[in-house]
Design a protein around this ligand. Sequence first.
Ligand code: FAD
Length: 463
Amino acid sequence: MSDFPTTARVVIIGGGVVGVSTLYHLAKAGWSDCVLLEKNELTAGSTWHAAGNCPSFSTSWAVMNMQRYSLGLYADLADEVDYPMNYHVTGSIRLAHDKNRMLEFERARTMGRYQGLDIEMMSVSDMKDAYPFLETHDLAGGLWDPDDGDIDPSQLTQALAKGARGMGARIERFCPATGVTQVGDEWIVHTDKGDIRCEKVVNCAGYYAQRVGEWFKPYGGRTVPMTVMSHQYFLTEEIPELKEWTEANSRKVPLLRDVDSSYYLRQDKNGLNLGPYERNCKAHWITPEDPMPEDFSFQLYPDDLERLEWYIEDAMARVPILGSQGVGRVINGPIPYAPDGLPLVGPMPGVKNAYEGCVFTFGITQGGGAGKVLAEWIMEGETEWDMWAVDPRRFTDYTDQDYCNRKAIEVYGHEYAMHFPHHEWPAARDKKLSPVHDKVSAAGGVMGAYNGWERANWFAHGR
Ligand SMILES: Cc1cc2nc3c(=O)[nH]c(=O)nc-3n(C[C@H](O)[C@H](O)[C@H](O)COP(=O)(O)OP(=O)(O)OC[C@H]3O[C@@H](n4cnc5c(N)ncnc54)[C@H](O)[C@@H]3O)c2cc1C
């Protein structure tokens, strides 16, 4: 007789870090009668190739909360489930090129303090002490995040999977979900190995979330608002000065984020890992000539280092040892973006007993916290923290695909940019205009977009 499960309280579709973390948190809270379906091997989507950086910093309260929780979880997980992991807490330095950036850091520092994080402001000489290879002549200062570091994303996912299995949850690998049917308040999730009847279903399908989301449309669902971008990093060959320094100091150099230039630079073994968020970025699978493949498991896009040239040169001027050795491995992989760059975590809009935990651009550092939040939504119908910033219901009917594509390109290219209060980003505007829009504009209305509606933020005299 087949051992394939035919019933479960919850079925999770997708075995990346987010789906597995959700399963782990459900099992930990006693909901062990849950099944995760993964179409390939665990981590086959974006998780396997992620750089694994784990900041706690965010300018969003909800996101900082998820990240803070993740880092606490990751620190103890290896011992808890007896699964050794490479997790290096190196601390990180965010560089400020001017005093406006220092103000942004000060705001994040105080928010972090309120969440119990020991984020500190740094002077230029503090930075030089912490990172001797850094050129500091044109910097205003920086921000020190002592909890930042990097984790092996595959090991993290496997550790969560081991924990979940140990508590009785099931993981079915090489078992794609092929569709869903709603029957009363319950769901039937279809696979080639059989159907699973369940109370609740969760879309954790990563960059395939929009495809999986389509199955829910007959039951009140909408198209999942997202676009798949390509994101690259490269690893250098071993750098002798870095090796020597690491051995002499028995530690790695901290992770650097030059947010004004828009890249991170992290020590990887005795080389460096450079990952820019470039302005001239690229969306994939958005035209009929470039359709999304049925299966992209464990695959990458072709290397495209030319796009990163400006950033590589800038980073070489900042940390000259970067240019001393050649490029080793290049990773160019799919990364999903929602129109505001934040993930979708919570109830699926319009659909009963269905949830979303998808479209993560920083899923490694957010996966732990996202699993906790999703498990709370599923079990309690509410969350401990205010999670509106990532609630899927924050987007309504104005997010057509053209809007999603234009916003994803804008957000990716400005991932590290300053978000000044009252600044309104220009891409994909004018989605919804009120009957008095022209009159308001003529009266000097300076517009902002609210749930798609253009509304005057203030009136500029003399325009
Ligand atoms: C180059 C690069 C570097 C990155 N670096 C970092 C970093 O340093 N730090 C960080 O926090 N984030 C980083 N990210 C982002 C991170 O990789 C993702 O946010 C994260 O992996 C998303 O996890 P996930 O579980 O949501 O999705 P995924 O890992 O994509 O998992 C989704 C899973 O769903 C499965 N699936 C899809 N359809 C079905 C179906 N029908 N049935 C069953 N299974 C299905 C897929 O096979 C896949 O395994 C990086 C991304 C890229 C591209």
